[in-house]
Design a protein around this ligand. Structure first.
Ligand code: NAP
Length: 382
């Protein structure tokens, strides 16, 4: 049995032209030290084993697209229900939709239940992957290029062979969508390198690590102000850096933030550079009206300029809201297309936590199982 710690294509064997996000993350993992029940011999990380690109069958009961907590939890449940799911994991990328999802871009995760000492994001995902594989899920590190999802199925999903780039096709009775969402980033040099080392896109996840520090939050919407208020519980000061002189956030959120003595506003300001080599040591700002540069002495930078769900390939396939989030029927993971279920951040603009994604992954698997069972039962059966 292989695991994520014996990656199939995570050591530079990714598709041509891709970056080495996998390498970066693995370096981070090794630098931070494992020692949480994971094999300690990191030499095996450089081993590249053969990529299995084709599913074992040409028609699958369940194809899961995405391999964050939602996709892998769905895989564990489907596999344990003998549905032999195929997981199309995604391919190496630095945009937040890589195999393993957004937790691959974090270091310590302290709010996932069951880990009293915390767990490294990539390690948690490796564990989930191994668990899915143990029960018979087949996982292919490939990106889905297009999909034809039709009411009642069968559905057809195309993906890129991770080794050759050739487009392959698989048919599925049920599809579980779990491609997640990605945080919008500013595109500054070093921003991605320092992600998990002072730069963060999740205050709930990382705020605790900034106790007593001076930090910045970029953005002027509800997320930015909510994060600023949340972060003020830990930080010595929180400076909200906003590019205009007027906030986009709701009135109530503005009142709450502006009344907080630890929260300050840097109006009409944009971040131009994140300073620091191994960790954040400051943020350069520019006043958009005067062009004047200044230095903000912070050790944390939270980017809260919005999220986008990874749903581009679903246009005209399932109903999406105006921002591209998948719409599901209340209380279930069923989408507008019969036999297609959605789990995790691509259907959740509110909670966006690993544990909530895992929870909806479980729901999607149970919904899928029930859906398949109902269609197998003879019409006369109760
Ligand atoms: P948002 O409302 O789209 O706000 C994004 C903010 O980031 C805006 O202030 C925008 O500036 C700024 N921004 C965007 N791109 C930028 C860039 N490149 N450089 C600098 N600043 C940039 O996103 P959000 O705050 O994540 O909220 C998304 C949705 O979720 C909203 O509908 C919000 O109400 C909702 N939400 C609700 C709650 C709550 O009710 N508790 C909490 C969080 C989010 P401009 O204003 O200049 O465009």
């Amino acid at each position: 049995m292989s695991s994520w710690l014996e990656p199939r294509c995570w050591d530079g064997a990714g598709p041509p032209g891709d970056d080495l996000r996998g390498d970066v993350q693995l370096e981070k993992t090794s630098a931070a030290g494992l020692g949480r029940g994971i094999p300690e011999d990191l030499a095996e990380l450089s081993e590249v084993v053969e990529i299995v690109a084709r599913p074992e069958r040409s028609v699958m009961d369940v194809v899961i697209i995405g391999s964050g907590p939602a996709g892998l939890t769905a895989a564990v449940y489907c596999a344990r229900a003998n549905l032999e799911p195929l997981v199309l994991e995604g391919e190496l990328s630095s945009t937040g939709d890589q195999p393993g999802g957004q937790l691959m871009l974090t270091t310590e995760v302290e709010n996932y239940p069951g880990f009293p000492d915390g767990v490294l994001g990539p390690v948690l995902m490796a564990q989930m992957r191994a668990q899915a594989e143990r029960f018979g899920a087949q996982l292919i590190p490939a990106k889905v290029t297009r999909a034809k999802l039709q009411n009642g199925g069968p559905h057809i999903v195309w993906y890129r062979d991770p080794a050759t780039g050739e487009e392959l096709e698989v048919e599925a009775r049920v599809v579980i969508l779990a491609m997640g969402a990605r945080s919008l980033m500013l595109g500054l040099p070093k921003e991605r390198e320092l992600l998990g080392h002072g730069v963060s896109t999740c205050a709930t996840c990382d705020g605790f690590f900034f106790r007593g520090q001076h930090i910045a939050v970029i953005g002027g919407g509800d997320s930015a102000l909510e994060e600023a208020v949340f972060l003020s519980r830990f930080a010595e000061s929180v400076t909200v850096v906003h590019r205009r002189g007027e906030l986009r956030a709701s009135k109530i959120m503005q009142d709450r933030a502006l009344a907080n003595p630890k929260v300050k506003l840097a109006w009409h300001s944009v971040a131009t550079e994140v300073l620091g080599e191994a960790k954040v040591e400051g943020l350069k700002l520019r006043d958009v009206r005067t062009g004047k540069q200044s230095l903000l002495e912070v050790t944390g930078v939270f980017i809260a300029i919005g999220h986008v769900p990874n749903t581009d390939l679903l246009r005209d396939q399932v109903r999406l809201d105006p921002d591209g989030y998948v719409l599901t029927q209340a209380g279930t993971t069923a989408t507008s297309t019969e036999g297609v279920f959605a789990a995790g951040d691509l259907a959740d603009r509110r909670y966006r936590q690993a544990v909530t994604a895992a929870g909806t992954g479980c729901m999607a698997a149970l919904d899928a199982e029930r859906w398949l069972e109902e269609r197998q039962r003879p019409a006369s059966a109760p």
